[in-house]
Design a protein around this ligand. Structure first.
Ligand SMILES: NC(=O)c1ccc[n+]([C@@H]2O[C@H](COP(=O)([O-])OP(=O)(O)OC[C@H]3O[C@@H](n4cnc5c(N)ncnc54)[C@H](O)[C@@H]3O)[C@@H](O)[C@H]2O)c1
Length: 463
């Protein structure tokens, strides 16, 4: 059993802390946000993450997981300190390293014996050395090793991602630290999880390069979708046709309103800024974020094309969080949509399964409802912003009759265009032809005998 201190009790800190405790370690999660720690000590879970509450409860009961704002005590009494603090973007796009630096200084201030310091926060290449230097600046005789162990969990499936990761990456500059961190993850590699053991700088780059690649795939298919719109092609068929090539793969090839959240936008900007600072020409990386911003604005313009000026219009938004199964609104495309609609005089009626309180805190004029049908009642248009599962299973005829005008902008390509036209919707989606009530459109799938050539079905989604 290892004694672990997790600095930062946000998404990554809480999930990592609870999972590391579940591996049998003694974990204390600390945070400078004292009210948050008070809530955690009272048994509350301050974020929405499926399964996290139960995992925390189980490990607290077994005495393996605790929460504290006594950073000094938590550092002194641990063998390993995981830094899981935020690394947001500065207005310049560079990474704001102030939280990581403050955490490093606290470690220097309070440590008394050998510590392994693990950077789990997403940090620019070179941060490992920087953290080591800051600790030594505060405590010149510090006996430390700094390890990079980037985190790949996704909000909404964070526990499963941590417990069944695609890989564990550990970058270390000493054998004793590498062995200790491999040992922390022993329960995982017993189940054959691949381990990437490397130097600190390469581990730091793996995280940024992975997020930039995933963001690139999304922006790439969004740009393809926009070309499809100009020619009447169907981007879902295009993505399927591309994704069956194993070198491309089907995942992250869903056209939509652009990516959001606390990672892709800032990490893509952070990597581009790192390249600029190092004097490295990286034109591809510099264009990913602007492409994503354009895609969000493209959704707003599609809505304008569908309903005209926003002034005095009543718009129903379904889904506010940046993706399903999270209450995280950071960089959520829906937030930009709400902002523009309210500023241009529309009334915004919204429903989201978990993110409405946070959204109302940002936009007090947002009118929130307990279910999608009440939100849709009398609205001039419905905009689907986030593909929560409950929207996939909605009673669409009921929505159609609830709307004042049966127009629907589907920013996530959740519905079948032909079915929507049959149901009487004026239906606009992303990278697929617009369908109007009563449209009957035959496709290749209609011209073949049922059951034969089933591979021709173009609407099938591969997850
Ligand atoms: N959220 C994700 O899905 C995700 C996934 C992988 C990696 N990451 C990375 O992990 C890091 C943390 O992200 P997050 O989403 O958990 O952030 P978060 O904002 O949810 O949580 C960060 C927490 O750190 C606390 N904190 C700040 N300075 C501190 C200090 N000196 N000592 C103790 N606590 C301190 C803050 O009060 C906050 O509660 C970031 O670098 C992020 O890029 C995030």
């Amino acid at each position: 059993m290892k004694r672990i201190c997790v600095m930062g009790s946000g998404y990554v800190g809480l999930v990592s802390g609870a999972c590391l405790a579940d591996f049998g370690n003694a974990v204390v999660c600390v945070d400078i946000d004292e009210p948050r720690i008070a809530r955690l000590r009272g048994g509350e879970v301050p974020i929405y993450e499926p399964g996290l509450g139960e995992l925390m409860e189980r490990n607290r009961e077994r005495g393996r997981l605790s929460f504290s704002s006594d950073v000094a005590f938590a550092i002194k009494s641990s063998d390993i300190v995981f830094i899981c603090v935020g690394t947001p973007s500065l207005p310049s796009g560079e990474v704001d390293m102030s939280y990581v630096h403050a955490a490093a200084r606290s470690i220097g201030q309070y440590m008394e014996d050998y510590k392994i310091v693990v950077n789990k926060s997403t940090v620019p290449v070179g941060t490992g050395d920087e953290v080591g230097a800051l600790i030594v600046e505060v405590r010149p005789d510090a006996d430390i090793d700094v390890v990079s162990n980037p985190e790949f969990l996704r909000e909404g499936s964070a526990i499963d991602d941590f417990m069944h990761p695609s890989r564990v990456v550990i970058g270390a500059s000493s054998r004793r630290a590498l062995e200790a961190i491999i040992d922390v993850y022993r329960p995982l590699y017993q189940s054959d999880v691949p381990m990437v053991l490397t130097d600190v700088q390469s581990a730091e780059m793996i995280k940024y390069a992975s997020n930039a690649m995933l963001a690139t795939k999304i922006s790439f298919i969004n740009e393809i979708a926009n070309i499809c719109e100009a020619f009447g092609a169907d981007v879902t068929a295009v993505a399927r046709g591309m994704g069956l090539d194993e070198r491309i793969g089907p995942r992250n090839l869903y056209a939509g309103a652009g990516y959001g959240g606390s990672c892709f936008p800032k990490d893509v900007q952070g990597l581009a800024a790192t390249a600029r600072q190092a004097g490295v020409d990286a034109p591809l990386l510099q264009t990913i974020d602007p492409s994503n911003v354009r895609q969000r604005r493209h959704m707003i313009e599609k809505l304008r094309d569908l309903i005209g000026d926003f002034d005095q219009q009543s718009v129903c938004l379904l889904g506010l969080s940046f993706k399903p199964d999270t209450d995280d609104l950071r960089e959520a495309p829906a937030m930009e949509m709400v902002d523009v609609l309210l500023r241009e005089g529309a009334t915004v009626r919204a429903y989201d399964p978990v993110a409405m309180d946070q959204a109302r805190a940002q936009f007090p004029d947002l009118v929130c409802f307990d279910d999608p049908y009440s939100a849709a009642a009398g609205a001039d248009v419905l905009v689907l912003m986030t593909e929560w599962n409950e929207f996939r299973n909605m009673d669409l005829p009921r929505i159609q009759s609830a709307l004042g005008s049966p127009r629907l902008l589907d920013c996530r390509n959740v519905y079948d265009p032909r079915e929507m036209a049959e149901l009487g919707f004026d239906y606009v989606s992303v990278g697929r032809p617009r369908r109007s009530p009563g449209d009957t459109v035959e496709t290749a799938a209609d011209w073949i005998l049922p059951g034969r050539f089933h591979a021709c079905r173009v609407t099938q989604r591969v997850r």
